[in-house]
Design a protein around this ligand. Structure first.
Ligand code: GDP
Length: 287
């Protein structure tokens, strides 16, 4: 995580914040994009200050990889905080219609008032905000089609904001706001690593795997049993380290724990260990 901090801190953070804030006044609604497997851990720590009073919707992306029951709990939680929230899967084009409908509902009152004053309705202007790798580009491409989203700018040339047309009802800023992740809490850093939000070269795979094993030992014993040919007893009555040693043996990797760890992490990312959400709503409601 430390290299990641160096990468972002402090100039990049200030610049990212400034850029996001500058764009804010151009848009009607902000789409805060998070990873449905770690909805809270993938939020920017200053998101509320950055968004301010601007209407916002949280889109839990990659919902195809998350536990749908837990996703629903998270949606309820955000709605209870008066933030509209929807689950989407940008990769497979799921939930995007609903996302648009919710955004229209957010703006309905405003446009109704404008209409009463004789102002013609116009397209709703959107911006996508989120930390790296949550799927901002994928969502933009889904919204507007690949060709439009390619901006073709030359390096080093500051580009003007461009509006991409989604349909007659929506326009989207062509560049998403890229914000920095939370990194004050080591568990958050680990979860960001597990889900692939941070470059693998910056991480110790065995740290990630041990965290993941401990989480499954507590919450999803059967998924480990099914995947790694270990027994319930192996899972329940071993420390994460001893369990990793056992799984490494089962993988015929002798004592290459790093390789075994890498496989476990890739299994998680590819859903070979089930669709498991790593953030629990209780974490935020019990704080
Ligand atoms: P950005 O850095 O926020 O622009 O993220 P990208 O759009 O580059 O996406 C990061 C990775 O996540 C890519 O490999 C995408 O294919 C993948 N991805 C994006 N959205 C989804 C989704 O809804 N489901 C799944 N399974 N993968 C996704």
């Amino acid at each position: 995580m430390s290299s990641n901090i160096i990468q972002w801190f402090p100039g990049h953070m200030a610049k990212a914040r400034r850029e996001a804030t500058e764009k804010m006044h151009l848009v009607d609604v902000v789409i805060e994009l998070v990873d449905a497997r770690i909805p809270e851990s993938s939020r920017n720590p200053m998101i509320n200050e950055i968004v301010g009073n601007k209407p916002r919707i949280i889109a839990l992306n990659k919902s195809d990889l998350a536990d749908s029951e837990v996703t629903n709990l998270w949606l309820d939680y955000y709605e209870s905080q008066n933030i509209p929230a929807v689950a989407i899967d940008s990769q497979h084009n799921k939930g995007l219609r609903k996302l648009q409908q919710r955004i229209q509902a957010i703006m309905a009152d405003y446009f109704e008032k404008q209409k009463e004053r004789g102002v013609k309705p116009r397209a709703i202007r959107l911006m996508i905000l989120g930390i790296p790798n949550v799927g901002k580009s994928t969502l933009i491409n889904r919204f507007v089609g690949k060709n439009q989203a390619q901006t073709g700018n030359k390096p080093g040339v500051t580009k003007a904001q461009r509006w991409l047309k989604i349909n007659k009802d929506f326009e989207l800023l062509d560049t998403p706001g890229i914000l920095w992740p939370k990194f004050e809490d080591p568990n958050v850093g680990t979860k960001l690593g597990i889900t692939g939000a941070i470059k693998d070269t910056l991480l110790y795979m065995d740290d990630l795997a041990l965290f993941l094993l401990a989480y499954y030992q507590e919450n999803h014993v059967d998924l480990l049993v099914n995947r790694y040919n270990v027994t319930q007893d192996d899972v329940l009555n071993n420390t994460p380290v001893d369990l990793l040693i056992k799984i490494t043996e089962k993988m015929n990797l002798r004592d290459d724990y790093e390789a075994a760890s890498q496989r476990i992490i890739f299994d998680y990312r590819k859903n070979n260990l089930g669709s498991v959400t790593l953030d629990k709503v209780e974490q935020v409601t019990h704080e």
